[in-house]
Design a protein around this ligand. Structure first.
Ligand code: APR
Length: 238
């Protein structure tokens, strides 16, 4: 496959989705056997679901914690960490994923716009920072409380809530001359519109995944293949 050049003046913004962790054994959302297969997302990933049945919400995220605890980074995570090591502060990673596989691969300059599986936070956002929490709760009684007395909930951005770190993300997109998007179906906003923001600034935009995403038309290049097979060696950093 022809290599894609990253010049010494380029700034690279990377967006990843569930597909980059698929080869690490973590299910994506919208595949027929994906994470939503046994659930309705309205029951586990909305503020209403949390109000109605927090035990069910914790059951879903505890199962995801259990799966994530044994997953290891794959060659795609490692290729991105190596790109960061070459580009330094001309590289920025925004992931929609709540697993920690990018960090485990060595990525440092990144944001998790949809939250993190290994943290819990006050359900009332009282101001106490999210706490490190990797427990797989067997029952809802085991779930702890914030210092303020409210319940702890997963530090996950539910549908209808505002993604995290948006000002920083916007600023990084504004500066990017290359946007690389990996393993996301292009169906969840605002992430699905990042490619359009990048195009406004004339950035080159490249998608990598086994099938074209819903927003494929906004990309300069769509490279069809699994991230772990395509990403290593795809970019030539000058
Ligand atoms: N390499 C790259 N991409 C892959 C691979 C792979 N090995 N396997 C699957 N994919 C692609 C699929 O083709 C699909 O386009 O990953 C994408 C996964 O899409 P979704 O399941 O919709 O996941 P994502 O786009 O990350 O979902 C966005 O939706 O449910 C919410 O908050 C959740 O962050 C999530 C958001």
């Amino acid at each position: 496959m022809k290599q894609i050049r990253i010049s010494s003046t380029d700034r690279v913004f990377v967006l990843t989705g569930a597909g980059i962790s698929a080869e690490s054994g973590l299910a994506t959302f919208r595949a027929s056997d994906g994470l939503w297969a046994g659930y309705r997302l309205e029951d586990v990933c909305t503020p209403d679901a949390w109000e109605r049945d927090p035990a069910q919400v914790w059951k879903f995220y505890s199962a995801r914690r259990a799966a994530a605890s044994v997953a290891k980074p794959n060659p795609a995570h490692i290729a991105l960490a190596e790109m960061e090591a070459s580009l330094g502060d001309r590289y920025f990673l925004c992931t929609q994923n709540v697993d920690s596989l990018h960090e485990q691969a060595g990525s440092r300059n990144l944001v998790h716009m949809h939250g993190m599986l290994n943290q819990s936070r006050c359900e009332d956002l009282c101001g106490v920072a999210p706490v490190h929490d990797t427990r797989v709760y067997e029952s809802f009684d085991q779930v702890g409380f914030c210092k303020c007395g409210a319940r702890l909930r997963p530090h996950i951005v539910f549908f209808g809530e505002t993604p995290l770190d948006m000002p920083r993300i916007q600023s990084e997109i504004d500066q990017a001359s290359v946007m690389i998007v990996v393993g996301t179906s292009g169906s969840v906003y605002p992430a699905a519109s990042f490619v359009n923001w990048a195009r406004l600034n004339k950035a080159r935009t490249i998608y990598i995944g086994p099938e074209a995403p819903l927003n494929a038309g906004a990309f300069t290049n769509v490279i069809e293949g699994k991230a772990g097979e395509v990403l290593p060696g795809l970019f030539l950093v000058e």
